[in-house]
Write a protein that binds this ligand. Structure first.
Ligand SMILES: O=C(CO)COP(=O)(O)O
Length: 271
């Protein structure tokens, strides 16, 4: 996080929970209610930190009703979207539908979509465009697998994904983009990249965006780290200069654990 002299965050931190294929629509409502109560109890400062959840598609209508009905300070998004707007694409979900359900964000290119569904950077570039067409902010996921990390080419690999997935996107859109660095070897493995690894990559991403666009634009982009984030390691990661938030998988399924990540500020050690 970068803080200005008066203690304000330069970029609003985003703490996001990716539920993946967990929680049916009834369980989803219960989890969100518990999360809202926990955050209220904790006097969480809603203006400083943005909290987002990414439930399965079938939960979104219920989430929308709960968030609107109880006026919750939680935003939400889809875990994927189609690059097309409508038509004969069985099983796919249009950004138009996500927008109508009140989604603010959508995940694009999560490593599980890249590996299980063979999504190419070309497809992901089209999905980024589709998200903007429907007023959704893409949370673009990038990151390397174990072999690439061991070979030491992780920065180049990740930047290559980034360049391909934003290729030709205009600066105004890029300024609103969220990029999540999720090293595949740290996802669901309990293996967490060190804060300095997260910072190394986030700094490299910001430098690349400065090269592709300009420093002003790059300074606005929020960069998240994802991969085995828990209550006890979140603050150390979030303390890094270029890390503006986290994308949490497993730990976001437990309201108490996720709330403790949202309250990372209580654990920040300042110099
Ligand atoms: O993939 C992730 C979030 O999108 C990370 O998952 P875990 O937090 O379970 O490692």
């Amino acid at each position: 996080m970068t803080q200005s002299k008066n203690g304000e965050f330069v970029r609003r931190p985003l703490i996001a929970g990716n539920w993946k294929m967990n929680m049916d629509h009834v369980q989803g409502i219960t989890l969100l209610q518990k999360l809202a109560w926990t955050l209220d109890d904790a006097n969480h400062d809603h203006n400083r930190v943005e909290v987002a959840v990414f439930p399965p598609f079938t939960d979104l209508r219920g989430v929308q009703t709960l968030v609107a009905g109880d006026d919750l300070d939680v935003v939400y998004g889809g875990q994927d979207l189609s690059q097309h707007d409508s038509g004969a694409y069985t099983g796919d979900i249009s950004g138009q539908f996500l927008n109508k359900l009140g989604c603010r964000y959508v995940l694009v290119g999560h490593s599980e979509r890249r590996s299980v569904h063979q999504e190419s950077d070309e497809t992901l570039r089209a999905k980024v465009e589709a998200a903007y067409r429907h007023d959704l902010v893409p949370v673009l996921c990038v990151g390397e697998g174990l072999e690439i990390r061991q070979a030491g080419t992780h920065v180049e690999h990740t930047l290559e994904q980034l360049r391909a997935d934003v290729d030709g996107l205009d600066a105004e859109k890029v300024a609103t983009l969220v990029v999540a660095y999720e090293p595949v070897w740290a996802i669901g493995t309990g293996e967490v990249a060190g804060p300095e690894d997260a910072q190394e990559m986030c700094a490299a991403i910001r430098a690349e965006l400065t090269k592709l666009y300009d420093a002003d634009t790059a300074e606005k982009v929020r960069l998240l780290y994802g991969g085995s984030v828990k209550g006890q390691n979140a603050a150390a990661i979030l303390r890094e200069r270029d890390v503006d938030g986290v994308l949490v998988g497993g730990a976001s399924l437990d309201a108490g654990e996720f709330a403790s990540i949202v309250r990372f500020e209580n654990h920040l050690v300042t110099d």
